[in-house]
Design a protein around this ligand. Sequence first.
Ligand SMILES: [Zn+2]
Length: 105
Amino acid sequence: MSKLRKGDEVEVLTGKDRTKRGTIMRVLPKDQKVIVEGVNVAKKHQRQTKARVRGGIIDKDMPVHMASVALVCPTDGPVRVGFEYKTEGDRHSKVRVCRTCGREL
Ligand SMILES: [Zn+2]
């Protein structure tokens, strides 16, 4: 189970986008990277093709390492996450929790 999932709100901890927040659009588990909306944006030059009459520059969100972002807890801001086992009746599940306040994330 990955600590980060698609749809999570995260804050960037390092680099030029430090303190920027965004939503995870894609998780790349093999590379230990995530693509966060509006973070690590690269200007890509697009070549002119038959289908695309105008070439030009487009913005593309590039993957960032999972270690350089932190999940945002509604009360604490960017936090470290842990896992806990929860038992409800005869159902056992593993949940993500905030290491600071203990709430389920
Ligand atoms: Zn918290």
